[in-house]
Design a protein around this ligand. Structure first.
Ligand SMILES: [Zn+2]
Ligand SMILES: [Zn+2]
Length: 484
């Protein structure tokens, strides 16, 4: 009896995460995940989820998971109820994002288990069979008795149940500094440390890593709205729900580095576009973006084989590129060889616009798991000139811009031609293959180099966004309140 009660208490506090406080969306953004971690010299306060058990600790600390504390149990779901976000109930609750009407909502799904739980899946199956319940009702109860051990410099250990709230003026992880609220959890035998912060703070920590902190104001604002819209769209995929946070801090979601490289211009760009996201009709837009299209952006349909989306259907970025049909070999090669004015561009913009590299024929074969390369045929290019399909040796089909970039040792983009055979569809490569290309990234959505060009030429951020995400409008009313 006591054990069943213990399991219920712990599972109901396990999962996350997001919440709306005073009309602002607060997120859990992952900062670090590891089997153990060290905190540098500092003053920290650790509290359990109830806030009743707190300890202040100073100096260097090391954090680990108590060995053998992890006990997997299998339970049988009795019923699932959808509720509004609420306090912990006697159930396992899963918090997730959804889009209803024109609003983002945070929902809670409560899973109520039969009181019996089992050490093996076979025992759970036998019990389900006896009750006449289908096996799909059996679920592993995620965390039982997880204990986090925090050891101070003197070697004295303190024990906490996951999750643990951390209060600290500053939290250093590696060479990056974070300020605010933090939470430490055990998720799937790993320690997970997250920052809990308002969406707007998160966006301010994303912009400098994405477009640079000394960009013109209208480009910073365009990036703020694109990054905010992208974040909201990512939340709706709930793809980190099992990891114990809402968004990760790497390119998988968006690169977030806390206060690193932040300045007053970034604060201004975020506050002057506060809460602005792009929508089509009542739906939030998938506002993906990339470094440099190279002339024209591509459609999400061509690049990712998705449905046709008017807001991601491709746009003209550099006006001179309109003279070339980049989906043809001659058009692609001629445009790559055409000089583009790079005055006022920073070095990263220039290198994202024009590049050249080479690869040994043997290395390419190795990357593709082939014994040799005798021929390369360019089968298909997108509107942006990106190669979408190659046929190697007449037998090996290579599809998708990312796979093509990978095969050639991670090219900046798949918009390139073989320098010895410009304009040719079929190439019989020599010992070393030279490639000339333009652009960086997948080519869908906003082009950052193009956004910078337009901002320098006097465009407003709304015009910039309209270029890359046509047929969208900006709204600030999208967080669901009691009375929207
Ligand atoms: Zn991610
Ligand atoms: Zn561009």
């Amino acid at each position: 009896m006591r054990k069943a009660l213990l399991i219920m208490l712990i599972i109901c506090t396990w999962l996350s995460a997001a919440e709306i406080r005073d009309g602002s969306l607060y997120l859990e953004v992952n900062l670090h995940t590891a089997s153990s971690m060290d905190l540098p010299e500092g003053e920290y306060s650790f509290c359990d989820a109830s806030g009743l058990f707190c300890q202040d600790l100073q100096g260097k600390l090391s954090i680990s998971i108590l060995k053998d504390s992890h006990e997997s149990r299998f339970g049988i779901v009795e019923r699932i109820e959808e509720t509004e976000l609420s306090e912990c109930e006697d159930a396992q609750n899963k918090v997730y994002f959804d889009w209803e009407g024109a609003y983002l909502v945070i929902k809670q799904e409560n899973r109520y288990f039969f009181p019996q739980s089992f050490g093996t899946i076979e025992q759970a199956k036998a019990y389900a069979l006896a009750l006449g319940l289908p096996e799909r009702r059996i679920e592993e109860i995620p965390i039982v008795n997880s204990s986090i051990v925090i050891t101070d410099a003197a070697g004295e250990a303190r024990y906490f149940e996951s999750p643990v709230k951390i209060a600290a003026d500053q939290l250093w992880i590696g060479d990056l500094c974070y300020e605010g609220e933090f939470i430490l959890k055990e998720v799937d035998h790993q320690l997970v440390i997250n920052q809990i912060l308002p969406l707007e703070e998160y966006i301010a920590g994303v912009i400098p890593n994405e477009i640079g902190n000394n960009s013109p104001m209208q480009a910073l604002k365009a990036q703020a709205v694109a990054a905010r819209t992208h974040a909201v769209n990512l939340l709706l995929y709930n793809r980190h729900a099992k990891d114990g946070y809402d968004l990760c801090n790497s390119t998988h979601c968006q690169v977030y580095k806390g206060k690193h490289l932040r300045n007053s211009a970034i604060a201004e760009a975020v506050s002057e576009t506060a809460a602005e996201i792009m929508v089509t009709g009542d739906r939030v837009v998938d506002s993906t973006y990339h470094s440099s299209c190279g002339g024209k952006t591509d459609s999400s349909q061509a690049i990712w084989n998705g449905a046709y989306l008017p807001q991601l259907s491709g746009s003209l970025c550099i006006p001179e590129a309109s003279k070339y049909d980049l989906s043809t070999e001659a058009g692609a090669a001629n445009w790559i060889n055409t000089q583009v004015d790079t005055e006022n561009m920073s070095s990263w913009e220039r290198s994202a616009l024009n590049w050249q590299c080479s690869i040994d024929r043997k290395e390419l074969a190795q990357n593709l798991g082939l014994s040799s390369i005798t021929s390369i045929r360019i089968v298909k290019r997108g509107e942006s000139g990106r190669i979408l399909e190659l046929l190697i040796n007449d037998t090996h089909r290579l599809q998708g811009e990312y796979k093509i970039r990978q095969a050639f040792n991670m090219l900046p983009s798949s918009f390139f031609y073989f320098a010895n055979n410009p304009g040719k569809t079929l190439v019989h490569p020599g010992k070393r293959i030279t490639i000339k290309g333009r652009g960086s990234g997948h080519g869908v959505g906003m082009c950052q180099v193009g956004a910078l060009r337009k901002a320098r030429a006097g465009s407003d951020y709304r015009e910039i966004l309209q270029t890359y995400y046509p047929q969208t409008k900006i709204t600030t009313v999208w967080i669901h309140h009691e009375n929207p």
